[in-house]
Design a protein around this ligand. Structure first.
Ligand code: TZP
Ligand code: MG
Length: 212
C-alpha cells in the first residue's frame, strides 16, 4: 500500500556494479539529498548481499523512507522491506500481495500499452514505465516511445506511473509534465562524477514538480 503518492517522486535504485560507490554509499547520498523511495536492485542476489540489504533497509528506516526490493519477494520478506518491485518475468503481483500482505508496496514494470492491458494491476500500487530515454544501465531494457510513450501509458494507467531510463535532472521535469508521478534513477547518481550534486539537483526538480 502506498500511503502517499509523493513517495514515488524521487525514486532511487541501487547499482550493483558502479565503479566508485557501493550500493550502501549510493543510498546514503540519495537519502541525504532527499530521495523519497529506495529500491535495492541486484542482478545476482548472491547470499552475501544480505548484510548490505539489511544495512540499506536500516538507512531507509532511519529516514522514514520506504524501501523496496527488486524481483525477489523472498528477500523482501526476509529483511522486512516495505515492498517489492516486479518485472513482467518475475512472480505475479498477486503472489507478492499474498506473501507480503496488504501493507506492502507492490510495483510492476510495464513498458507498453499491450503489456499494460495484459498485466494484473489489481494487487499493484504503482507501475514503472520505460525506458523513456536511452540507458546504458540496462542494455536489454524495453523502450517506450520517449515522452509520448510515457504519456500514453499514464493516460491508460489506473495507477501512478514512475518514469525510468536515462532520467537526469535536465529531463525529469519533462517526465512530470507528461504525467509521471515520479522519476526513478540509477546511473545519474551511482555513476556520477559528483553524485551528491546530481542527487541534490534531481531532488530540487522533483520538489518543484510537486509544487506545480
Ligand atoms: N528499467 C528500465 S530502464 C532501467 C531499468 C532498471 C535502467 C535505468 O537506469 P538509469 O541509469 O537511470 O538509466
Ligand atoms: Mg525484475
Amino acid at each position: 500500500m502506498l500511503n502517499d503518492i509523493k513517495t514515488l517522486r524521487f525514486y532511487f535504485i541501487t547499482d550493483d556494479s558502479a565503479p566508485a560507490l557501493s550500493p550502501a554509499e549510493q543510498v546514503r547520498i540519495a537519502l541525504g539529498a532527499g530521495a523519497t523511495c529506495v529500491q535495492y536492485r541486484n542482478k545476482h542476489y548472491a547470499p552475501d548481499c544480505l548484510a548490505e540489504v539489511v544495512l540499506i533497509r536500516q538507512l531507509c528506516r532511519d529516514r522514514d523512507v520506504p524501501f523496496v526490493v527488486n524481483d525477489n519477494i523472498g528477500l523482501a520478506r526476509q529483511v522486512m522491506a516495505d515492498g517489492v518491485h516486479l518485472g513482467q518475468d518475475d512472480a505475479p503481483p498477486a503472489r507478492a500481495r499474498e506473501l507480503l500482505g496488504d501493507s506492502a508496496i507492490v510495483g510492476i514494470s510495464v513498458s507498453d500499452l499491450d503489456e499494460l492491458a495484459r498485466t494484473d494491476l489489481a494487487p499493484c500500487d504503482y507501475m514503472g514505465t520505460g525506458a523513456v530515454f536511452p540507458t546504458g544501465t540496462k542494455p536489454d531494457a524495453a523502450t517506450i516511445d520517449g515522452l509520448a510513450g510515457l504519456e500514453a501509458v499514464v493516460k491508460r494507467s489506473p495507477l501512478p506511473v514512475v518514469a525510468i531510463g536515462g532520467i537526469t535532472a535536465r529531463n525529469a521535469t519533462a517526465c512530470f509534465e507528461h504525467g509521471a508521478s515520479g522519476v526513478a534513477v540509477i546511473s545519474f547518481i551511482s555513476r556520477a562524477e559528483d553524485p551528491l550534486t546530481n542527487a541534490r539537483q534531481l531532488a530540487a526538480v522533483c520538489q518543484k514538480a510537486g509544487r506545480g
